[in-house]
Design a protein around this ligand. Structure first.
Ligand code: ZN
Length: 168
C-alpha cells in the first residue's frame, strides 16, 4: 500500500463493478471510507459514506482524487482519533486540518467535488492519502505508531487475515 495507485483512465462497467464491491466491503467492515488499494486493486479510487461535523451523511465515489486543505493562518488542526480498515480495531489521535476539499472524477469521468468538516474532512484526507501510497500510520509519531501497532495486535484475533475483503 506504500506506492501511488495507478490513475483511473477507463470509466467503464468494470470500474463501476469495482466501486460497488468497494462500497459493499466498506459497509461490511463498518468503515466510513475505503480505497481500492485496501482490497488489492491498484487504482486511484475511493468510496466514502461519512458524517460531517453536523452529523449530515455524505456519500460518494472519487477517482483520481486531488486534496486541498487550508494553508497558513487559515489552517486549524483537529487531533481526533483516527482508524483504518487496514489497521483493524486500532484508533489513535492524528492531527489533520479540520476542513478539506477533494476534487476528482466520478464513475463516468465527470468532475466531482466534495468538501466538509468533522469526520468527513478526516475521511477525505485519509482516503486520498491511500491513493497516493500513504497510510495514516505514516503520519504518526513513533510513540503513536507503536500504540497503533499494539492495539492492532491485541485485536488481531477478532479479524480474519483477509480483512477487510469479504470472504464470499
Ligand atoms: Zn485507511
Amino acid at each position: 500500500m506504500h506506492r501511488p495507485a495507478r490513475p483511473v483512465t477507463t470509466f467503464d462497467a468494470t470500474l463501476a463493478a469495482l466501486a460497488a464491491d468497494m462500497v459493499a466491503t466498506m459497509y461490511a467492515a463498518e468503515g466510513v471510507g475505503l480505497a481500492a488499494c485496501q482490497i488489492g486493486e491498484d487504482l486511484a479510487i475511493f468510496v466514502f459514506d461519512c458524517p460531517d461535523e453536523d452529523g449530515t451523511e455524505h456519500q460518494g465515489v472519487v477517482c483520481n482524487p486531488v486534496l486541498q486543505v487550508p494553508e497558513g493562518r487559515d489552517r486549524s488542526l483537529d487531533d481526533g482519533d483516527e482508524g483504518c480498515l487496514s489497521y483493524p480495531g486500532a484508533y489513535v489521535s492524528c492531527a489533520r486540518p479540520d476542513v478539506a476539499r477533494v476534487t476528482g472524477q466520478d464513475l463516468h469521468g465527470e468532475p466531482v467535488e466534495y468538501s466538509g468538516d468533522g469526520l468527513l474532512a478526516r475521511c477525505l484526507q485519509h482516503e486520498t492519502d491511500h491513493t497516493s501510497g500513504m497510510v495514516f500510520g505514516d503520519r504518526l509519531s513513533t510513540r503513536l505508531r507503536k500504540k497503533l501497532t499494539k492495539q492492532m495486535e491485541s485485536q488481531a484475533a477478532d479479524y480474519p487475515p483477509s480483512w477487510p475483503v469479504s470472504s464470499d
